[in-house]
Design a protein. Structure first.
Length: 314
């Protein structure tokens, strides 16, 4: 299988040379995507990491990490590469784990693999606490949004994908900037690709993060909500209609009915000073309990419905 490493380069001139030198002997091709880097990272690579396997692609306008990776994907597909590995240029991704990352794809056990920093507790202690907390919250949200309940650490950028999955994705629809990794998982879910996590500890040094936390807090939630709705509609209404669909509809309606009845009864009780009757309480409590149980059953079905058959298997 022909393998290629794609390295988006933006403000990583201090680390990019060591990153490139660490991988060009391990794969067939290395594509460094200079995303209009003000530090001229691409020129650094051409000057100090000159190797037959290394190609630098210059972008005239900065488009974000997702845009750079998609440019690398397109170039790798044009060169008939079978496996495309994405690594960041900041030196946080140890190249010694590259073989472990692509092993499930070579064995046709997965279509897409990604690093997971949460398996190694020793390495996890070195992760900044705010980053650890943020990744934990994002992991839970992403499970619901993309349907990959067996995967955590969604923002991990150390990934690999086979050409079968990549050819089925509409690259132009995938986010260009920092929502790229999360959106990639959502898009993979729409084609029922198999995703597997590989335990890979991160390396933390003095690299400067280009991530704006405040911007993420405002940008990510609406995007997560839209993709969650799309997934539910695609998976449980358009492509299939099963008992899980009925559980979702009935559970949501019963829960909503119970909450509304309970809220109205509570308001009347507070304003009038008259305690609500047992019947009124039960009229609210029973739909809430039953609705909650139906939604739990739906979630259990959704967890069991994680894609298990890789696209490469007949």
């Amino acid at each position: 299988m022909k393998t290629a490493v794609i390295i988006p380069a933006y403000k990583v001139s201090k680390q990019i040379i060591s990153v490139v030198e660490g991988v060009y002997e391990k794969v067939d091709e290395v594509y460094v995507i200079d995303d209009s880097c003000p530090e001229k990272s691409g020129e650094h690579v051409e000057k100090y990491a000159n190797h037959p396997n290394v190609t630098v692609i210059f972008k005239n306008k900065n488009g974000g990490v997702g845009s750079a990776v998609k440019a690398g994907y397109s170039h790798a597909l044009s060169k008939d590469c079978d496996i495309m590995i994405k690594m960041d240029g900041d030196g946080q991704m140890d190249p010694k784990y590259l073989d472990a990352l692509i092993a499930p794809i070579k064995l046709q056990a997965a279509d897409y693999t990604k690093g997971n920093r949460f398996y190694d507790l020793t390495a996890l202690r070195r992760m900044p606490r705010m980053r650890l907390f943020g990744n934990s919250i994002l992991s839970l949200i992403n499970k619901a949004v993309n349907g990959y309940w067996n995967s955590i650490d969604p923002t991990n950028g150390y990934t690999a994908i086979n050409k079968e999955a990549l050819n089925r994705l509409e690259l132009e629809k995938i986010e260009n900037r920092y929502f790229f990794e999360s959106d990639m998982l959502f898009r993979l879910g729409t084609i029922r690709a198999v995703v597997k996590d590989v335990s890979i500890p991160a390396l933390y040094a003095e690299e400067e993060s280009n991530l704006n936390i405040t911007k993420i807090l405002f940008e990510f939630p609406p995007k997560y909500f839209v993709r969650f709705l799309k997934r539910i509609i695609y998976q449980y209404f358009l492509r299939d209609f099963s008992i899980a669909t009925i559980e979702l509809i009935a559970g949501s309606l019963l829960l909503l009915f119970g909450i509304i009845v309970g809220a109205v009864a509570w308001y009347k009780s507070i304003t009038s000073g008259v305690v609500a009757s047992t019947g009124t309480v039960m009229l609210s409590a029973l739909p809430i309990i039953l609705g909650f149980q139906l939604l739990l059953s739906f979630i259990n079905f959704d967890i069991q419905n994680v894609p298990k058959k890789p696209l490469t298997q007949p």
